[in-house]
Design a protein around this ligand. Sequence first.
Ligand code: ATP
Ligand code: MG
Length: 422
Amino acid sequence: MKYSSCFAKTSKTAPADADSANAKFLIQAGFVDQTMAGVYTWLPFGLAVLRKVEQIVREEMNALGALEIFMPSLHPKEFWEATNRWDNVDILFKIHSQTDKDYALGASHEEVVTPLAKKFIESYKNLPFATYQINTKFRDELRAKSGVLRGREFRMKDMYSFHTSQEDLSTFYQKTLEAYVRAYSRCGLNVKVVEASGGIFTKNPSHEFQALTDAGEDTILACSTCEFGQNIEVATVKEGDACPKCGGVISTVKGIEVGNIFDLGTKYSDAFDLNFTDESGERKKVLMGCYGIGTSRLVGAIVEACHDDRGMIWPKSVAPFQVHLVTLNSKDDVVKEQIEGTASDLVRDLEAQGVEVLWDDREDVSPGAKFADADLIGAPLRVIISEKSLKEESVEWKERSSSESRLIKVTDVIADVIEFVK
Ligand code: ATP
Ligand code: MG
């Protein structure tokens, strides 16, 4: 993609009211645009990242054997009344229509998926199964803040599983927990798996996935040696205690909740009378689990974890593009043509190999401004073609995560880039 053809550009200054690194950099770099508090447009670069994150999550859910569906965001009031959540969930957006009907905007989808599952579950032969969607959620948050970390309209992957026994549910729950850790790690993010209360969902135990960064809203009591962690809201340990698992020291850290899984038991099966016939002909309640990952929040969490004072530093797996190609202007027409020719050959050959390239082809912008934009946008690799580099039949190679740059021969670039993006 040529930068000159992209309408959504970087701005020279960061938004004055940015309260977090992700708000500052995602907006300044033209990845998202704020429509109003907590509501964003995902612009081409931001959408590219969001799609990659969601594809990683999708692959991990598919590997669990879950099947993808797409549920509506407009929900009938009756379903939310059936679970007693119409009047008791303060963040629920409610709509009153001109035909005098009431609807909820999907804050979560148990109210849709449980009646849906009921249409397909008759006996134990129809179980177990899991289904998920990646969709927009609406929540009337009192305070939308921290960029895409807490929105009123945001993206979530939510999966629901249906089982005949607690043992089967627990096995699937554990497999999902491991798939979550893999998904975050593939996105370049380390998470702590912490024990949590079920919140509005259930009294059963649940687990949160916390990206440990100072930008986090949640306070976590975490072991500095092993995996053990608890959310402070339910914690049985306190700072300075010995870790109940390994004896290490418990300390207080900040985390961003990027996912949450729940053993729901029969909470929603009770509400919708979701039963199955077991092998002996007895009618029993279906057991359910639900599993959420805030995919747009995850993009924000990656920025919080991966940036410096100049901009974002995208992990290769979720970068909007791998290579940020910068061509520098020359006053000499012959050299200028040579630079452009080298650049367009490089872009063509890299794209043919499946490497995504942003080519900053602007002619009216100084080298310093182009480099600042490259740092802000944060692609893993910057390649510069200039009169100086071509004198050595080379391009300049600079990785975003390193301060060093070096010259490499034009003839070696393709192979080196392919090796780099692997
Ligand atoms: P929080 O405690 O941060 O309000 P929650 O516990 O209410 O979140 P869940 O119902 O567990 O959220 O939703 C699953 C996931 O969706 C969360 O782990 C989080 O990653 C994401 N999420 C929740 N609320 C928001 C929001 N307002 N904006 C962006 N992502 C969100
Ligand atoms: Mg939660």
